[in-house]
Write a protein that binds this ligand. Structure first.
Ligand code: ATR
Length: 274
């Protein structure tokens, strides 16, 4: 046992949280770098109404890092001492660092969205169709625009797409006009369509998808959604949702430890567990 009273504690809070793979992913990273005596990563089930108390506990007990999942990403903001500019723009915090008693909120979800894409393409000037206009879409749209992609948002509830469009100064489209799918270089699904128990559905018709396109589905249960399976059959390049989970986690790992995250080890754990 390498843990001691000096070991820094990182926690993921959520409700529920038991299914989270963040502890396995981060602890595997600590072990690979030989810093598993310095850091340990656990989970705690915290109700939204108790987020303030959890943050107080973080202060009082000197907990080093706190990862927030839905629905805590917004609830946590008002209890922190500082929010970095990116997290402010996205309007959500998924990472809290305790820097000598000062609690600072960050958002690494946007990195989770853009890094997997940047591994296979240059985002600048690419036409991107974003499906969905909820919390996840905010981080995705922010990241894509930061990389100067041309973003068009499509959502079941059009008003929500238009609100996001106004805020981020991009375009919105109409899901009834499915032929438009052809015009995009990249399609990113941020909706829960395709996620269990909706795994037999796709958020758009796949008949207009071609081998010139990249399709990224941020859903990771199942690992390969119906949208990705059909896009692959049509020759498109696909990116699994696990890649977003991995890269937001890697960016977070670097904030918590100051070390470069070991990508291969962390990816292997995620694919093994799913
Ligand atoms: P998250 O934080 O994961 O993005 P959210 O904020 O609840 O979750 O957003 C869910 C997104 O998935 C929304 O864009 C939602 O569309 P609406 O704004 O119309 O609700 C979309 N979504 C969820 N279920 C859907 C379904 N069955 N068909 C189409 N879109 C769906």
């Amino acid at each position: 046992m390498k843990l001691s009273a000096k070991t820094k504690i990182c926690l993921i809070i959520g409700d529920p949280v038991e299914h989270s793979l963040s502890p396995a992913m981060h602890n595997a990273g600590y072990e690979a770098l030989g810093i598993d005596n310095q850091f340990v990563y656990l989970g705690a089930r915290v109700k939204v109404k108790d987020v303030g108390i959890a943050i107080q506990a973080m202060r009082k007990m000197g907990i080093h890092g706190l990862t927030c999942t839905i629905p805590h990403k917004v609830a946590v903001i008002k209890y922190l001492d500082e929010i970095d500019e990116t997290a402010k723009k996205i309007g959500a915090v998924n990472t809290v660092l305790n820097q000598k008693g000062k609690l600072i909120g960050f958002n690494t979800d946007w990195q989770g969205a853009v890094i997997p894409l940047e591994k296979i393409t240059v985002l600048s000037d690419k036409k991107v169709m974003v499906l969905g206009a909820g919390g996840a879409a905010r981080a995705v749209v922010f990241g894509l625009l930061k990389k100067r992609a041309k973003v068009k948002i499509f959502n079941r509830t059009k008003e929500k797409a238009m609100e996001l469009t106004k805020e981020f100064n991009c375009l919105s489209g109409d899901l009834n006009n499915q032929e438009e799918i052809k015009d995009f270089d990249i399609i990113v699904n941020t909706t829960s369509v395709g996620m269990k128990p909706l795994e037999k559905e796709t958020p758009i018709s796949t008949k207009f998808i071609s081998d010139k396109q990249i399709v990224f589905d941020i859903v990771y249960t199942p690992v390969e959604t119906k949208l990705l399976r059909e896009a692959k059959k049509r020759g498109a390049k696909i990116i699994h949702g696990i890649e977003m989970l991995l890269h937001q986690g890697m960016a977070q790992f670097e904030i918590y430890t100051g070390h470069k995250a070991p990508e291969k080890v962390m990816r292997r754990i995620l694919y093994e567990k799913y």
